[in-house]
Design a protein. Structure first.
Length: 202
């Protein structure tokens, strides 16, 4: 009788061990599934966050003439500024109304009567090759021609009073500049980085 009891106990123990092993495997698989789901959710969440935080493109292709208050930008890249009131308040380059078209601007014409080229006016206009400056101009604002790397020369009028800081910063193609001898204020770094500059006439 004792033999049968011992055998029964051994069989029962084996069954319990097998059941416990199966439960552990099932739990492990379940845990793996949950972990996999969590990882997938995290990746999806990160992807959505990156997409949400990605900044909007700040450039646009110029396909037609753009008219604004005191300026006209034609489809062939000619920007004409006709008024000092073109830009009122500036805190950054993107405040310039034509800033998003800057890569399309090839020529700038500032009409007679305009007295100031505003801060950041041609900021990063890397394809700007020429700028016509009127006799009426008195001020070139800070960083006005910042990184206009295709601009080759600039002639400034006799009435000039101020060339502000970094006005022609990194205009790496400028070879000559004509500056009136009576300009009272040429601020620091006005021609910094103009590595091709060969002559400055006063």
């Amino acid at each position: 009788m004792n033999k049968y009891k011992i055998a029964g106990c051994l069989i029962l123990s084996a069954i319990l061990l097998l059941s416990s092993s199966c439960a552990d495997d099932t739990h492990a698989e379940s845990g793996a599934d949950v972990t996999s789901q969590q990882t997938t959710a995290e990746i999806t969440s990160e992807s959505e966050t990156e997409e949400t935080e990605k900044p909007e493109e700040d450039t646009a292709v110029l396909t037609e003439t753009v008219n604004g208050d005191g300026y006209t930008l034609t489809a062939d890249g000619k920007l004409t500024i006709s008024s000092d009131n073109t830009v009122q308040t500036l805190t950054k380059p993107s405040d310039i109304p034509w800033y998003k078209y800057r890569s399309s601007i090839k020529e700038a014409v500032i009409e007679n009567g305009v007295t100031k080229i505003s801060d950041y006016a041609f900021y990063e206009c890397e394809n700007l090759t020429s700028a016509s400056i009127p006799d009426s101009l008195k001020t070139i604002g800070k960083k006005a021609f910042w990184k206009c790397s295709s601009l080759e020369e600039i002639d400034l009028p006799d009435k000039m009073e101020l060339i502000d800081i970094y006005a022609f910063y990194n205009c790496t193609s400028i070879t000559s500049v004509t500056v009136p001898s009576g300009v009272p204020n040429i601020r620091d770094g006005a021609f910094y980085g103009c590595t091709a500059l060969e002559s400055v006439s006063f």
